[in-house]
Design a protein around this ligand. Structure first.
Ligand SMILES: [Zn+2]
Length: 66
């Protein structure tokens, strides 16, 4: 039995958004399971990390996508 209900999370190669889909729901780029760490952005306009990563919308984003 594999972990029931646990979906493998993926990250978009373009905008770094974390999703369980194979295609990014935002920019339609392919996603990858090869990513490290994540940041949750609640207010992109006030977040220094979001600014650094170029994130404009709230959500969960990978810090590094290979
Ligand atoms: Zn994307």
């Amino acid at each position: 039995m594999r972990g029931r209900g646990v979906l493998k999370e993926r990250a978009c190669k373009s905008c770094k958004m974390v999703t369980t889909l194979e295609e990014c729901p935002v920019c339609k780029e392919k996603t990858t399971t090869n990513w490290l760490g994540y940041v949750i952005v609640i207010n992109a306009e006030k977040s220094k990390i979001a600014e650094k990563l170029g994130i404009k919308n709230k959500g969960k984003y990978a810090l590094r996508v290979k």
